[in-house]
Design a protein around this ligand. Sequence first.
Ligand code: FAD
Ligand code: EPU
Length: 341
Amino acid sequence: MTGKMKLFENYSLKELNTFHIDVKAKRFIIVENVNELKELFNSSELSAVKFLTLGGGSNILFTKDIDDTIIHLSFNQLSELKSDDNFVYLKAEAGLIWDDLVKYSVEKNLGGIENLAMIPGTVGAAPIQNIGAYGQELKDTLVEVEFYDLIENKIRCLSNEQCQFGYRDSVFKNELKNKFIITSVTFRLSKNPVPVLNYGNVSNELSKSGIKNPTVKDVSNIIRKIRTEKLPDPDLIGNAGSFFKNPFVEEQILQQIRKKFPDVPSFNQENKIKIPAAWLIEKSGLKGFRKGNVGTYPNQPLVIVNYGNATGTEILEFAMFIQKTVLEKFNIQLEPEVNII
Ligand code: FAD
Ligand code: EPU
């Protein structure tokens, strides 16, 4: 080990994952800048060791103690690279809390990520599943991703297009899986924001509050209100947001479901048909369903919650039970969004 890097052994991860699963990591290393990261992977000691990068732990389910090394990036600078008549380019380091970036942009009246308010976690994890909510996705404002390439042992950049973003998807979940550590992300935010109000009850909520021409701040406040009412606060009830992705289905499956449920909700996205997983779970009779310490959240059954001291295995078994029930009832296989370790 070189320099000032902070290394801890048998480190509890309970407060570092939003499910609050009580597991330990054999080694936990806090890396404070990109040079330290390079040093770490060039040191013979660590080059052969298996490791996992952990951000805010808000999209991860630990099912066992971690025998490998956990790397946590603490660098979190935000810098304005340039600005023209229409846009501001911001570079955010991986350890920055995502919602702090949203708050900064909202304060500056810059548009593009205000609907992504209150998503937990770090900037560095955000491109991996192309975070999205209420009609905006990361890919709408992302310019490039800088990452440490673990195969070539050097820093590389990928443009928006090279990231191959899709719904909860990117190159980082496919070709580059386990081959990268994201170190920073560059965004292009608009000086002439156009509010995105077409998702669910966003415009309803705005008119209820009497706002006519919403600013970036108004929109982000409405999103915060909706999320607070609908989603459990991980500080109070352990969860990792949506446990499953919304499934894409063939037209024929939708037609079959429609025979029994004429009002089945469906959406066209990326030229495919999406059915809300929350609806499938609810119609399987599992909304608010609870087994011991684990349950589906009564206001939003796509969120699996830890009501007490559930283990990761209990949560995983519960999730598998939901998958099995939905598969039997609708012939649709739900895929986890959460990373299961
Ligand atoms: P972690 O959970 O720490 O890690 C997630 C994955 O990324 C892991 O595989 C990890 O190894 C890897 N990783 C983390 N950082 C790096 C890095 N720097 N380099 C390489 N790999 C890395 N998501 C949405 O898209 N939309 C939502 O609306 C939304 N709402 C949520 C609401 C709640 C209450 C919760 C708890 C979660 C929600 N999520 C949502 C999921 C989650 O917040 C996002 O996926 C977030 O981007 C995860 O960030 P993190 O730093 O916590 O990642
Ligand atoms: N629905 C039900 N019953 C419910 C709740 C919802 O049937 O109890 C149906 C309704 O038809 C509703 C639809 O599900 O219209 C969609 O519900 P919601 O708007 O709550 O969104 P979601 O599809 O469940 C997705 C994301 C969330 C994101 C919201 C808002 C996924 C997997 N999840 O949830 O992201 O915040 O939209 O954009 O795409 C996350 O990824 O962790 C996450 C929380």
